[in-house]
Design a protein around this ligand. Structure first.
Ligand code: AMP
Ligand code: TRP
Length: 340
């Protein structure tokens, strides 16, 4: 973070994203893209949460590769390291350290009620590990260890954020004012992107049908092909209304990548068939993502530069979060350690 940013009393944003493969157009429009403009008005701390990723089985070589790729993709999407910090969660041990302390201010019953835990334990019945159960506490620690004011998250993470707020309040009540109680931040332009094949379902990287999902690193031909195959309806009019889930989704995407309103987009395609419309949507997505793809190719080829970036940012995040952790340790009665 620049000197100017750290000295001004700008609010602090923290957000994290799991390194679960190439990001989708849904991750991009719903989350990552909003991280860039926030850098102008807030101090931003962004993190690739590799410790969260091991709550489900993942091959070590794959995790290593995906973590680095996620890091490079976030930089390619416009995270500016003169303004913000972007680092890897496991490099900054204070998150896991605080998470242990917060465990002791979190109730079993609260964690049992988390819908993500219930979903994931149903999907992975052979591996309902304690980390999966405790996932929201590590997420709370990610946020509270920086005393973040605002946390940009998708709707699916709101329950976890609410728990982080409860934990912060409870700790403050028991030990005296320590943590900032963070607010959720829903980006004004955030939109939910649906599957291209089943437009009533969220576009998700775990979808088995590759045609349902656009990845931010897909090339132009692939993007256009996927758009052409997108499921629509048996009508012919490009309009935004109930019952036209496929077209509504394409209009939402078109509006998000061009900055045009849905209304204007509808006018633009009045009287034109679905074929022309789908082609235009594909081209608009590809044009919008082209700079991200180009920048990513440069970054991922320069491992030394990436290492320099995550090391520098991780070191700064560690320094910052250690101050908060020390304060917490003191409040709960741990003897100060001189071990360095
Ligand atoms: P996930 O891929 O579920 O780990 O989500 C990472 C971030 O991307 C979260 O903030 C989600 O809310 C957001 N996200 C994921 N898929 C979509 C989607 N299809 N539309 C909008 N936002 C999404
Ligand atoms: N659980 C979040 C997700 O799956 C990722 C995450 C981890 C996060 N720690 C965070 C998001 C802290 C915001 C703040 O999307």
């Amino acid at each position: 973070m620049s000197e100017q940013n750290t000295t001004e009393q700008k609010k602090l944003i923290f957000s994290g994203i799991q390194p679960t493969g190439t990001f989708t157009l849904g991750n991009y429009i719903g989350a990552i893209r909003n991280w860039k403009p926030l850098q102008e008005d807030y101090r931003c701390i962004y993190c690739v949460v590799d410790e969260h990723a091991i709550t489900v089985k993942i091959d070590p070589a794959k995790l290593r590769q995906k973590t680095l790729e996620a890091y490079a993709q976030l930089l390619a999407c416009g995270i500016d390291l003169d303004k913000s910090l972007l680092f890897i969660q496991s490099h900054v041990p204070t998150h896991a350290q605080l998470s242990w302390v917060l465990n002791c201010s979190t109730q079993f019953g609260e964690l049992s009620r988390m819908t993500q835990f219930k979903d994931k334990s149903q999907r992975h019945p052979d591996d309902i590990n304690a980390g999966l159960f405790d996932y929201p506490v590590l997420m709370a620690a990610d946020i509270l260890v920086y005393n973040a004011d605002l946390v940009p998250v998708g709707a699916d993470q709101m329950q976890h954020l609410e728990l982080a707020r409860t934990i912060a309040r409870r700790f403050n009540g028991r030990y005296g004012d320590t943590f900032t109680v963070p607010e959720g931040y829903v980006a004004p332009v955030g939109a939910k992107v649906m599957s291209l094949q089943e437009p009533t379902k969220k576009m998700s990287k775990s979808d088995e049908n590759p045609n349902a999902v656009i990845l931010i690193l897909d090339d132009k031909d692939t993007i256009i092909r996927k758009c052409k195959r997108a499921v629509t309806d048996s009508e012919t009019e490009v309009a935004f209304r109930e019952g036209k889930d496929g077209i509504n989704n394409l209009l939402t995407i078109y509006s998000a990548v061009t900055g045009k309103s849905i209304e204007d987009a509808v006018k633009e395609f009045a009287g034109q068939g679905y074929g022309t419309f789908k082609m235009a949507v594909g081209e608009a997505i590809a044009d919008h993502l082209a700079p991200v793809r180009e920048e990513y190719a440069k970054l991922i080829a320069d491992k030394a530069y990436l290492k320099e970036c995550y090391t520098r940012c991780g070191a700064e995040a560690l320094r910052y979060s250690q101050r908060v952790l020390n304060k917490v340790y003191k409040k709960i009665g741990f003897i100060p350690s001189e071990i360095r």
